[in-house]
Design a protein around this ligand. Structure first.
Ligand code: KG4
Ligand code: ZN
Length: 339
């Protein structure tokens, strides 16, 4: 079985080809970072236009590298949401059109299911597991019982962890995207010279809040006396410790036998180290994607499409008359998925 994956939910154009026998055959990513950097954040209309420009050449490059023709595919999987609607529509329209031309099905994939399956690109492991999903748009603790059976245990009630990294980086005068830049600065900072609050750690439950942290950072910066690197370090530690502690509680509550960490912020070294230590103490294995598959990519979408095909749970989007249509939803709760 061969599945082409197409990801266009935000500012990366990702295309990949996966086979059930040989794993990932080829993958390409075009990041629009430079395009949006001058605006300090993603401009949706520019993102959509750039996906249109990049997609077909990336599809051609991936097929060429794998030595495969479109007609040899078993399906095209594309990100159906959640994400920027215009950006999603470009990937969905290209996927549906190619699928028509090649006579194969086009399968909408949930972006977050892609993220949480991404560690399986490194090696097989079984459901159930607890997922800490930390991306630019979501911060969620999810009990994944089986493919498509996801229970939301807790989430950020305001900013996502990645969003907090990006906004705080902006406050510190770092470029976009802020996460990696802030992490680099924090590496030069001293620990324990500034202590920022650990939001909602003193409260029971698994919800989190990160919007207050940027205000605390702003206050610290305005007051002066702290090196930017020390502020970055204190911020990174506050976010990491909060995520680690909430995840520890979620493991205990769900009794999940393994932990999966996914999404862009899973690339953060401080957070990874904290989660690895906590997982060891909790006696559960932890699975991370490789760094390049933490952030958005086509490989995770191809994998999610393949998994659904293999288990007979792949569904084309169709209208009332049964005619294939494109599926693009800016908002699409993960819990709405069915096994
Ligand atoms: O999963 P992703 O690529 O996109 C969404 O689906 O949102 O995540 C992007 C987010 C951005 O907020 C970015 O700043 C953050 O992940 N990020 C990081 C690191 N690398 C990416 N945050 C902290 N440390 C990093 N090393
Ligand atoms: Zn993502």
């Amino acid at each position: 079985m061969n599945v082409l994956g197409i990801e266009t939910s935000c500012d990366e154009t990702g295309v990949a080809l996966i086979s059930d026998r040989d794993g990932l055959l080829a993958h390409r990513l075009y990041s629009q970072t430079d395009l949006h950097a001058v605006y300090g954040g993603v401009v949706p209309e520019l993102a959509s236009r750039d996906h249109v420009r990049r997609l077909l050449p990336l599809v051609r490059a991936v097929l060429d590298e794998a030595g495969m023709r479109g007609g040899e595919l078993d399906a095209i999987a594309y990100t159906g949401g959640p994400g920027l609607l215009g950006a999603l529509l470009t990937g969905a329209a290209v996927a549906r059109s190619l699928a028509w031309g090649w006579g194969v099905p086009a399968l909408p994939v949930h972006h977050l299911e892609g993220h949480l399956l991404a560690p399986m690109l490194e090696g097989e492991f079984e459901f159930p597991f607890l997922v800490l999903l930390v991306s630019g748009g979501h911060t969620q603790l999810i009990h994944a019982r089986a493919l498509g059976d996801y229970e939301l245990l807790g989430e950020s009630i305001d900013d996502a962890a990645g969003e907090a990294f990006d906004k705080t980086a902006k406050l510190l005068g770092l470029g976009y995207p802020g996460g990696p830049a802030l992490a680099r600065l924090a590496a030069d900072g001293q620990a324990d010279v500034l202590r920022l609050p650990r939001p909602m750690l003193d409260r029971p439950g698994l919800d989190m809040s990160f919007s207050g942290l940027k205000t605390a950072v702003l206050t610290a910066v305005r007051k002066g006396g702290h090196a930017p690197a020390d502020v970055a370090r204190a911020f990174e530690e506050a976010v990491s410790e909060t995520l680690v502690e909430k995840t520890r509680r979620a493991l205990k509550q769900s009794r999940a036998p393994a932990l999966v960490v996914a999404g862009g912020v899973a690339a953060n070294a401080t957070l990874r180290a904290g989660l690895e230590r906590m997982a060891r103490e909790s006696g559960v294995p932890v699975h991370f994607p490789r760094a390049e598959f933490c952030t958005d990519n086509g490989a995770m979408i191809a994998l999610a499409g393949l998994r659904r095909l293999q288990t007979g749970r792949a569904a084309e989007a169709v209208d009332d008359a049964g005619t294939p249509v494109i599926h693009a939803r800016a908002r699409w709760p993960l819990a709405e998925l069915t096994g």
